[in-house]
Design a protein around this ligand. Structure first.
Ligand code: SF4
Ligand code: SF4
Length: 78
């Protein structure tokens, strides 16, 4: 499927407004996604790309999005 990636410029928590909604939506809390100060999310390798964080993100456009596997492969090989 892919893996989630956070756009820190869009993310409310990374912009100083504690949010963490995506973290609470994740079925793999503390394995696929962790939060730090101000609930700033960080995605880990255990992310399965289910998309629940993306669909829960309250920011418009969403600050956390799934990067498809084929795009990741292209990024890694370039
Ligand atoms: S894509 Fe799914 S597993 Fe990955 S961080 Fe988002 S909710 Fe968690
Ligand atoms: S739900 Fe969206 S805005 Fe809120 S912490 Fe997660 S990525 Fe940032």
């Amino acid at each position: 499927m892919g893996i989630a990636r956070v756009d820190k410029q869009l993310c409310l928590s990374w912009q100083g407004k504690s949010c963490g909604v995506c973290y609470r939506a994740c079925p793999l809390q503390d394995k696929a996604i962790i939060v730090g100060f101000m609930e700033q999310p960080e995605v880990l390798d255990a992310c399965v790309g289910c998309g629940l964080c993306e669909s829960s993100c309250i920011q418009i456009p969403q600050a956390i999005k799934i990067i498809p596997s084929h795009t990741l492969d292209q990024l890694r090989s370039s």
